[in-house]
Write a protein that binds this ligand. Structure first.
Ligand code: APR
Length: 257
């Protein structure tokens, strides 16, 4: 199938489905100006100024042993507070409003799905919006973090403040993981987008959807600029920009409202 045929089929699948779940990653936000991780222009490939791999800097151990350097990297490379939702975020929110899409499951921490209007967003890796004192657990918003020079300390007890994001070596939030599995196994259509599916449990979620083959008329689409190891198991795989693809597919479904 060519791109035109793929997007026509994609639109047909959405018309036939009422329990769609979206699973995405950093590639959903690149059209909002936020770099992804593993593309050639990704955060993990631009670490010349840090002589430590970003995957090490973004780890639990590094946070506690090199808190200053962690925050230097985190504030300069992981916070994009002026970024705005792009077409991908907006169309997914519209599909939820039309009661087609039941949940967005994201690996992203940028809150852009919520800013686009999505209500049911499962953030597997947490969010930059929430931060808390390691000692007294007092909560702080992200502005408190950026307004402080380097390491932010609690104004209540002086403890170190940590962003509520899942660092390497840390457990994912149990409720979020379980809820994601629940939605994915019940879905009649899975749309995966903007993720290399490189990190657990991303690939596990994909297998959850495909393993339950009782419901044979389930549909699956993956939209990723570069090919992934899982493309061929999806009914449709589109290696294009997700914002552009979703905008086109949506325009085939509804007069834009
Ligand atoms: N449209 C579609 N796909 C895109 C776009 C776009 N506009 N921009 C980038 N991509 C694709 C890239 O080709 C890449 O395959 O999105 C994918 C992003 O993959 P990664 O950079 O590996 O990001 P992600 O899959 O979200 O990583 C998962 O790894 O390090 C951890 O916590 C980090 O949440 C992250 C997790």
């Amino acid at each position: 199938m060519n791109l035109e045929q793929k997007t026509d089929k994609f639109a047909e699948y959405i018309n036939q489905s009422n329990n769609i779940v979206f699973f995405g990653g950093a590639g959903v936000s690149t059209e909002s100006g936020i770099p992804d991780f593993r593309s050639s222009s990704g955060i993990y490939n631009k670490n010349e100024e840090y002589n430590t791999p970003p995957e090490v800097i973004l780890s639990h151990t590094y946070f506690f042993e090199n808190t200053e350097k962690f925050y230097d990297f985190y504030k300069s490379k992981m916070l994009y507070l002026n970024a705005k939702p792009n077409n991908a975020h907006k169309i997914l929110a519209k599909l939820e409003k039309k009661n087609k899409l039941k949940a967005v499951i994201t690996q992203n921490i940028d809150n852009l799905h919520q800013e686009a209007g999505s209500k049911n967003v499962i953030e597997l890796h947490g969010t930059v919006k929430n931060n808390f004192c390691l000692d007294c657990r007092k909560k702080f918003d992200v502005n408190y973090i950026i307004e402080r020079k380097n390491v932010p300390y609690c104004d209540n007890c002086g403890g170190i403040i940590k962003p509520d994001v899942v660092l390497y070596e840390e457990q994912l939030n149990y409720e979020a993981v379980n809820s994601a599995i629940n939605y994915i196994t019940k879905a009649d259509m899975l749309i995966v987008g903007g993720t290399s599916l490189a990190v657990y449990p991303a690939a596990y979620y994909v297998s959850c959807f495909f393993s339950d083959n009782k419901n044979t008329n389930k549909k699956s689409v993956i939209i990723n600029k570069t090919t992934t190891d899982y493309d061929k198991i999806f009914d449709i795989s589109i290696n294009e920009k997700i914002g552009e693809v979703l905008k086109k597919v949506y325009s085939e479904l509804y007069v834009d409202n």
